[in-house]
Design a binder for this molecule. Structure first.
Ligand code: ARG
Length: 264
């Protein structure tokens, strides 16, 4: 008798659980866009690059910025959820190649060398190289760099630009992982100047009166930003199309105004 009751109870439980299971499944499929159904893409960035990506420590520990708003808008259009993680700029392409992450938005320029190893969308923003120095020891021209030490972010196209400049003038190149370190090194007198993109440099000028800079002539394809995916990724085309839509309907311009004050 006892055995019968136990059997009955367990049968009831099985039936109950099975019912729960289907109920849950149905709910998810009728509302196709619930979070549980959305595919989560792993995005990495180098959050040392305001206003593209940075952590505003006064406000919290989240990574915020233009690239984050952009990826969220694109994810909404393509039906994905994006999870953002931080790493050194230099590790971003290797992480894509090792398939540890799905995409990178990091103000990254789609150079032909990088494009051999990863996929890129079209360019969503164009910047220029700037030579940044301390006002007290201001570098006003490329010629002024003669005999000086210049800092660049490791693995960035500014590193290549510095190598190019080194053919014109006698200069030493130092690299660091983060843009903020370049500014610190300048203040500590260990480097004389740094090559930083104008959008990012302008942010530093606003906060720090001791810095000055001038723009180097930069070809458009030389310092634009694009989204990188794994080579032959299934997502590149979808995101590229969503990006095109945002360019055409003015949404991209809105984000540019929000984060860069409207200068393109
Ligand atoms: N546009 C440059 C490059 O692709 C610099 C980008 C640096 N980005 C960053 N999040 N620190 O090399």
């Amino acid at each position: 008798m006892k055995k019968m009751t136990l059997l009955l109870i367990s049968l009831c439980m099985v039936a109950f659980l099975a019912a729960c299971g289907t109920a849950e499944k149905e709910e998810a499929s009728t509302t196709g866009s619930t979070n549980s159904e959305q595919k989560v893409l792993k995005m990495a960035t180098s959050a040392d690059y305001p206003p593209f990506e940075y952590i505003d420590t006064a406000k919290g520990s989240d990574i915020i910025g233009f690239d984050i708003d952009l990826v969220n808008a694109l994810a909404e259009k393509t039906g994905y959820t994006v999870k953002v993680q931080d790493m050194d700029f230099n590790s971003l392409i290797p992480a894509l190649q090792a398939k540890q992450i799905d995409l990178v938005l990091a103000g990254m320029t789609p150079t032909p060398e990088r494009a051999e190893n990863v996929d890129f969308t079209s360019i969503y923003y164009t910047a220029n190289h700037m030579i940044v120095s301390l006002k007290d020891n201001e570098v006003k021209s490329v010629e002024d760099l003669d005999g000086k030490t210049i800092g660049v972010q490791l693995g960035s196209i500014q590193e290549e630009k510095a190598a190019e400049l080194a053919k014109e003038v006698e200069l030493k190149v130092e690299n660091r992982n983060k843009i903020s370190e370049l500014v610190q090194e300048m203040k500590a007198g260990r480097i004389d100047a740094a090559i930083i993109e104008d959008t990012v440099a302008n942010g530093y000028f606003e906060k720090d009166e001791s810095l000055a800079g001038f723009t180097l002539e930069t070809a458009e394809e030389e310092a634009g930003s694009a989204i990188a995916f794994q080579k032959d990724s299934e997502y590149t085309k979808e995101f590229d199309e969503a990006l095109k839509e945002m360019k055409e309907n003015g949404e991209l311009d809105e984000l540019i105004v929000k984060w860069f004050g409207g200068e393109q």
